[in-house]
Design a protein around this ligand. Structure first.
Ligand code: HEM
Length: 402
């Protein structure tokens, strides 16, 4: 879905669709007459079967926001809010500046691959009298032994994911949506993350995380025959949650990395913990980054090439009755903690058609002790129902709220 501008190189994960037409169209619609170049020109359509910001590559800058409805804000107020937010997101993602009450923060920039994705948390349904339509998939996540969750930075009635390849474009969207929440909703928590900038590497590569690993290699790909089935709720969904047709469930975890401990491990130990080489992401069973992992391969000394507790063995669909998810994360760095350790890690976002056949069984298994878990702390958590995309003139969530 990504339309490339002149810069060519964009983020990790494949999925690059060439073509200048959409990007040029977006640029022409801007108030500013000067032609855009580079990453600014890339535009992703807001309208469609699925919301943007799920199957497209994660951008260089991300903001995750959760809002709670204000006391007294009902279903009508929520519908009006989603209508305002959708209209603004549609304008901004096309590179247009909303008329009237704008802040001017991104006046000189193009859409820069902006996506804005909206979701509903479990508590939204009681507050709006829509309990009967709450999907079963929004049952609270089980608690895991390694959780150290901060309730103030977890959950929320409404969730917004903003991504853009320019920091000002991303902040502009955040600021407008926050202002438009008005008296209807107030911000509950916000997290800011980043990925490698488009064009930073010689050619598009899978990105790295703050442990230095290539991360995202064995993600489901839109070209996989079962991609839609794994990631999106079926289009012909019936029953109380029929409004989720074409939608997806997002599990959001703020996972702090214990980098001071991790950095003490030798590169060889670090590679054993994951099961892949640090330099190029190749599995320790051999080949290159994209070579299928051979979990049965045995070294000449009789040991497993991919260790028994290696992250990629424990997390693999083969070890979890096929459970799979699309990981589309942002790294974060919020300075330093009182103990001097970096407050840094991964804003882990897992997308799946059903969390019970994606995140939950896999995290249960990782929690029992894969090699990586002892270098991580899960500090915040959320589960959100992200409805399908909307057509022009509609708003996200309309099938639930009208
Ligand atoms: C694979 C890192 C947390 C599920 C990987 C890979 C790395 C990695 C480097 C190998 C490359 C790839 O295929 O993407 C991390 C880090 C984490 C983290 C640094 C925390 C900060 C999680 C969590 C889950 C998860 C919480 C799910 C509950 C997976 C899955 C794979 C994977 C399913 C692919 C396994 C395969 O089929 O080969 N992770 N991971 N990861 N991770 Fe994680």
């Amino acid at each position: 879905r990504r339309l490339l501008g002149t810069a060519g190189a964009v983020g990790a994960g494949g999925l690059l669709v060439g073509g200048l037409a959409g990007a040029a169209g977006a640029a022409a619609a801007r108030d500013d007459k000067a032609p855009l170049s580079g990453v600014g020109t890339a535009a992703l359509p807001f309208h469609g079967t699925h919301q943007a910001g799920i199957a497209d590559p994660a951008q260089a800058h991300g903001h995750l926001l959760a809002f709670d409805l204000a006391p007294g804000a009902d279903r009508k107020a929520a519908a009006a809010l989603l209508r305002r937010w959708s209209a603004t997101a549609a304008e901004l993602t096309a590179g247009r500046t909303p008329k009237g009450d704008d802040t001017g923060i991104a006046l000189d920039a193009g859409p820069s691959s902006l996506t804005v994705t909206f979701g509903f948390g479990r508590t939204f349904f009681d507050r709006t009298g829509l309990t009967a339509k709450r999907p079963f998939a929004l049952e609270p996540l089980p608690s895991f032994t390694q959780d150290a969750l901060d309730a103030k930075r977890s959950d929320g009635d409404l969730w917004v994911q903003i991504g853009a390849d320019d920091a000002f474009v991303a902040f502009h969207a955040l600021r407008l949506l926050q202002r438009q929440a008005g008296d209807s909703a107030r911000l509950r928590w916000q997290m800011n993350g980043f990925n490698r900038a488009p064009g930073a590497t010689e050619r598009p590569l899978t990105g790295r995380n703050l442990m230095g690993q290539i991360d995202g290699t064995n993600n489901p790909k839109p070209s996989d025959a079962n991609f839609d089935e794994r990631i999106f709720v079926p289009k012909d969904r019936e029953g109380a949650d029929a409004w989720m047709a074409g939608g997806s469930y997002a599990v959001v975890r703020r996972i702090r990395m214990l980098l001071d401990t991790w950095d003490h491990l030798s590169p060889e130990r670090q590679e054993k913990v994951i099961g892949r080489r640090k330099s190029d992401g190749a599995p320790l069973s051999g080949g290159t980054e994209t070579t299928p992992v051979d979990l049965d391969k045995v070294n000449p000394d009789g040991s497993l090439a991919i260790a028994g507790d290696a992250h990629i063995r424990v997390a693999a669909p083969e070890s979890n009755r096929g459970a799979a998810m699309l990981r589309r994360a942002y790294s974060y760095h919020d300075g330093f903690r009182d103990d001097g350790a970096p407050d840094a890690g991964l804003l882990f976002i897992a997308w799946q058609a059903d969390p019970m056949r994606g995140f939950v069984p896999v995290q249960r298994k990782l929690d029992r002790g894969d090699g990586l878990s002892r270098f991580l702390k899960h500090e915040a958590s959320g589960l959100f129902a992200v409805p399908g995309g909307c057509a022009e003139g509609e708003y996200v969530g309309q099938r639930l709220l009208e």
